[in-house]
Write a new protein. Structure first.
Length: 268
């Protein structure tokens, strides 16, 4: 597979997660990465830390890159795409912006442009990300394979049609935030019950990690795994009863649905 120069637009948390993860895994070399952000201090720091190239303008990035990966907030995308339209030529656009389908992006830059849209999440940074590629794609097959190779090295990859990408955003794209909140709450509960803060955080985080791994590796329904922990009249079933009484599952489902609805609104 040929090597492409990857131009990354944006130097925020997600861009850095992708960059650091891909470099750490060796799925791309520093000399094959070009970064641009209006905040030049960020790109200067990335150049210094990782040895990547840094462009001082969008035009320079377009000229010196084969593929352009957009890693900016969705609200910035409309203005950015208008600016990009003038310099992308036949280069492929890769977007990770929530709420923006490939067709929506092409409505601004041109229907003939090559666009690949995907939704990753921040655990890419630890090599345990979840990335979902929108299908079909107008990008060349070799480019799609190259981008997939980057994200496969950073976790798991799935594919979904455009109509399901808002749900993908709500479950896996935004999902880490919900899990972090749960870990924090679980650790706080441990502190309330007398555990030292650092110990309680370790217990909570490792428990979530281990439980997730059991679901992935056993293929067993999480409800069945939950039942296996609940002894008759025991401690766990008492906690589960309390969670059910307070609407635990309903609250989660409601939050995910609101996130999906918001994702739809972003592209309107």
């Amino acid at each position: 597979m040929r090597g492409y120069i990857l131009g990354i637009i944006g130097a925020g948390n997600m861009a850095q997660a992708i960059l650091k993860g891909a470099l750490d895994k060796g799925s791309i070399e520093p000399g094959m990465v070009n970064v641009y952000d209006i905040d030049t201090a960020k790109t200067t720091e990335l150049k210094k830390e990782y040895g990547v190239m840094a462009s001082v303008s969008l035009e320079e990035l377009c000229h010196n890159s084969d593929i352009l990966l957009i890693a900016v907030k969705p609200n910035i995308l409309p203005v950015l795409l208008v600016d990009l339209k003038e310099c992308i030529a036949d280069k492929t656009i890769v977007s990770i912006a929530a709420g923006w389908s490939a067709d929506k992006i092409k409505s601004i830059i041109g229907a003939d442009k090559k666009v690949l849209r995907l939704m990753p999440n921040t655990p890419l940074l630890s090599g345990e990300g979840m990335s979902v590629f929108e299908t079909p794609s107008s990008a060349d097959e070799k480019v799609v394979s190259f981008i997939e190779s980057l994200f496969v090295s950073l976790g798991k990859v799935e594919h979904a049609p455009a109509k399901l990408m808002d749900a993908v955003t709500a479950v896996s794209g935004s999902g880490p935030a919900y899990v972090f909140m749960f870990i924090e709450a679980l650790a706080d509960a441990g502190v309330l019950c007398g555990l030292p803060r650092d110990m309680s955080m370790t217990l909570a985080a490792q428990t979530v990690f281990g439980a997730s791994k059991m679901v992935m590796e056993t293929g067993t329904h999480p409800g069945a795994l939950k039942d296996a922990v609940c002894s008759p009249g025991g401690t766990t079933i008492e906690a589960v009863k309390s969670l059910e009484e307070d609407g635990f599952r309903g609250i989660v489902i409601k939050a995910v649905k609101k996130c999906a609805d918001r994702s739809k609104e972003l592209a309107e």
